[in-house]
Design a protein around this ligand. Structure first.
Ligand code: ZN
Ligand code: ZN
Length: 244
């Protein structure tokens, strides 16, 4: 399995990190998880291309996770592609209907299959996925791809989510802010380290990074390391990890 970070930023632009998007690929199957602003460009830069992405899995409906959905639809239509499957939590059908009611000319350009999923197991693009409800300001699902890859989506750090990710080879976890930012709905390094303590995860990648984290990576890693002694790194746009 190959996991590619297309966007490791958040709702506030850093100038370097685009908004959330992760590609999961295996044996010719491709799944895009989230589609924030900039992801369409990163798809081209990654060499994968939007023609290859016929399934999108959404964690939740905040703009920084869905902003490039319509641009993706339009690019696929212009490229002669005919289908797009969009899978996400409750409200995904309403979101897509709403987007298409604003941009009416995009209606019926693609054959859309829209599906809502819930905590538990389901299949998308040939991948068996488990979903777990996170703690965020909108309904949001974390996703796990067997014992290889887990993505937190947007979430506070808490034991339930850490247990959901336990024994994954790779975990990509929201770590939006450094410790001195007073925040709810997202973790700080201290809270993430506390939640991960005692778990057995191959490697943790920190993502969903606000500009507040610029220049503060060392202290954030140290803060996590007080509670959690595993391998923790910062995700970067266009980094690909191969997971056996
Ligand atoms: Zn969010
Ligand atoms: Zn977000």
């Amino acid at each position: 399995m190959r996991v590619t970070f297309l966007g490791t930023g958040s709702a506030m632009a850093t100038g370097e990190r685009f908004q959330t998007g992760i590609l999961v690929q295996e044996d010719g199957r491709t799944l895009l998880v989230d589609c924030g602003s900039g992801v369409l460009h990163r798809l081209q830069q990654s060499g994968v291309g939007y023609e290859t992405v016929s399934s999108v899995l959404l964690t939740h409906h905040h703009l920084d996770h869905v902003a490039d959905l319509l641009p993706l639809m339009k690019a696929r239509w212009l490229a002669g592609e005919e289908h797009l499957e969009i899978v996400g939590p409750q409200g995904t059908k309403g979101l897509i209907d709403g987007l298409l009611s604003v941009h009416e000319y995009m209606q019926e350009k693609l054959e859309l299959r829209v599906r809502e999923v819930h905590p538990g197991g389901f299949s998308v693009a040939g991948f068996d996925v488990s979903a777990y409800e996170t703690r965020h300001s909108l309904p949001c699902l974390a996703y796990r791809f067997d014992d290889r890859f887990t993505f937190s989506g947007d979430s506070e750090a808490f034991a339930g989510l850490a247990n959901f990710a336990d024994e994954s080879a790779i975990l990509a976890h929201d770590c939006s802010f450094p410790d001195d930012v007073d925040v709810s709905n997202h973790p700080t390094p201290e809270r993430l380290g506390t939640a991960l303590a005692g778990t057995d995860i191959g490697r943790v990648y920190l993502t969903h990074l606000y500009p507040h984290t610029d220049g503060r990576h060392e202290e954030m890693l140290e803060s996590i390391g007080v509670h959690y002694d595993g391998d923790v790194r910062f995700a970067e746009d266009l980094t690909t990890i191969t997971v056996e």
